[in-house]
Design a protein around this ligand. Structure first.
Ligand SMILES: [Ca+2]
Ligand SMILES: [Ca+2]
Length: 366
């Protein structure tokens, strides 16, 4: 075999970039609806060749699609799942959680619902149950509410529901795609949106309804904001001109720093409460995606969890002591947990349907 030619390397690299196409984003729902109408995609034609699908959302471009690419046959987008299982919810299977309450996406035949499972209980509870894609749930700091995004109103907007499933309500109402909510410690919400033509990070104060734009990219895809416990810095992912990478934004100064890359791709970043560490998904391993952690300065990147299969969507409990994520190592996406340093990996769910984007809350809220 001769060494890879100059033509081969870019193809390999493109494949890697596509593989980790990042699931924080406005998953398939937003992408499907917005791709044909979002003219700004032309701003990054080159990226399109590398699987950087246009439209809103890292996921749309791949998140769900990227999974399939990384592990053929292991998972299917909700719409293509064969019939036979429960048509309303993906509630089949067994769960075992060390402690606390986990919320997650349950991917059913014709919908994605938000489910909650509490340690020591028999079965998950559906917080949403409707023909829509309800995605990326995030516990409020006090554990009383869950924010997520949904296409239930016709396009992606930010929604919130109480921890017991009551009080379902829509927080944003804009023709653009609003996606990837997360909470600041003071109860304000971060989210991503293409409401001004390009994907950027925004902040919503639910009390006043005030929305503030935090980043000002004019091309590419951006999403997955996650706040530090001090509320002064956030991390997010953006695919910039070449590949998905993790960034840190200082809310006081407005300064933005890229803390991963330039290769391999990285996204799904989550700030670990109580520490100066950020977890993220890395595409550095060509046979799967791993979880790594890194200092907000970009120093000291190290393995966190998930040596086997693909591992994505890391999130910490509110005190940083526990980690949850998803892995497809057993054939479809399951929730896994470990301590905050990634030790003691164990599986939480064992179901035939896909679970994605878990978030864990240990205390309060009841
Ligand atoms: Ca919208
Ligand atoms: Ca599963």
């Amino acid at each position: 075999m001769s060494p890879p030619s100059r033509l081969v390397w870019p193809l390999l690299l493109a494949g890697l970039v596509a593989m980790i196409a990042c699931s924080d984003g406005a998953d398939t729902a937003a992408e499907d609806r917005n791709a044909p109408t979002v003219g700004e995609d032309g701003a990054s034609p080159a990226a399109g060749g590398a699987g950087a699908a246009p439209g809103a959302g890292e996921a749309g471009a791949t998140p769900e699609g990227g999974e399939a690419a990384a592990t053929p046959g292991a998972t299917q987008p909700p719409d293509s799942r064969s019939p036979g299982g429960p048509s309303t919810q993906g509630g089949v299977g067994s769960f075992s959680l060390s402690r606390g309450r986990v919320v997650y996406e349950s991917h059913g035949a014709d919908r994605v619902d938000i489910h909650r499972y509490e340690a020591g209980t028999a079965a998950p509870v559906a917080l949403t149950d409707r023909r829509a894609r309800d995605l990326r749930p995030r516990w409020s700091p006090d554990g009383l509410q869950v924010a997520f995004f949904s296409d239930a109103s016709g396009n992606d907007d930010i929604w919130v529901v109480n921890a017991d499933g009551s009080g379902l309500r829509q927080l944003t109402d804009h023709p653009g795609a609003d996606f990837d909510p997360d909470w600041l410690p003071d109860g304000r919400l971060l989210f991503a949106s293409d409401r001004d033509g390009d994907q950027n990070i925004y902040m919503l104060d639910p009390r006043s309804g005030t929305i503030t734009q935090l980043t000002h990219y004019d091309s590419g895809r951006t999403g997955g904001p996650s706040a530090a416990a001090d509320g002064r810095r956030i991390t997010f992912s953006s695919d910039g001109m070449f590949s998905w990478q993790v960034y840190v934004l200082d809310l006081d100064s407005g300064a933005i720093e890229r803390i991963t890359g330039p290769v391999p791709g990285a996204c799904n970043s989550a700030w670990r409460p109580g520490s100066d560490r950020i977890a993220y998904m890395s595409g550095g391993d060509l046979i799967g995606t791993d979880l790594r952690s890194i200092a907000p300065s970009g120093a000291d990147s190290r393995r966190l969890a998930g040596d086997t299969g693909n591992n994505e969507d890391p999130q910490f409990s509110e005190d940083g002591s526990r980690l949850v994520w998803v892995s497809d190592r057993d054939g479809n996406w399951e929730i896994w947990e470990a301590d905050g340093d990634g030790n003691g990996e164990r599986r939480v769910s064992r179901t035939p349907q896909d679970e994605r984007h878990p978030d864990l809350h240990l205390g309060g809220g009841r």
